[in-house]
Design a protein around this ligand. Sequence first.
Ligand code: DC
Length: 217
Amino acid sequence: MGFVVAIDGPAASGKGTIAVRLGRALGLPVLDTGLLYRAVGVLVLRAGRDPDDEVAALAAANTIDSAILEDLDLRTDAAAEAASRIAVHVSVRKALLAYQRAFAAREPGAILDGRDIGSVVAPRAAAKLFVTASAEARARRRWAELAARGDKVSYEETLVDIRRRDDRDQGRAAAPMSVAADAVLLDTTDLSIDRAFDAARRIVEAARARWEQSRTA
Ligand code: DC
């Protein structure tokens, strides 16, 4: 197994940006696993079905491949909402596991970000980070992003949205978002993205040094 970095955390914590920058710094491929769940959500909506319908969601999950991830409009709030609803289905999570594990098995390593990477997808990852921030800080970031895109949503609505998704991601029975026992917690509430990335990089480089040592020992 190569050097695997597992990055988990709630929406708008900064984990996606950190994962992409780490990928560039370390020369490793990055998989944003949220995109898999978003793709299933979008396919279910397009088929005119309900994301709460497990059978419809599983049928969509079985068609997911890397081409679909490029193809669909996955960055919308409708996609995020549908994703967090299909993510509660055990069979759907299982169907998406093989894709994620195959990605994690790539040489010389890989970076995956999501909600259950350190706990379920790659429990043996050499580096595990849990990136978080207060709900208010995350709502502010998300809201600024939406406003820049010309979206007229209010900060209050964005906060309600973030809290609803947190509750769903934490409260579901199947692989709820959790901090793996061996994950390093990185709270970005008061950090700029540059400082958050620097902190993440230090943690991951220390883990890489330990990982290299254990391979030559
Ligand atoms: O990170 P994101 O906002 O793109 O994720 C969208 C939804 O997908 C999120 O509400 C929970 C779900 N998800 C998950 O359950 N497990 C993952 N590894 C990644 C995302």
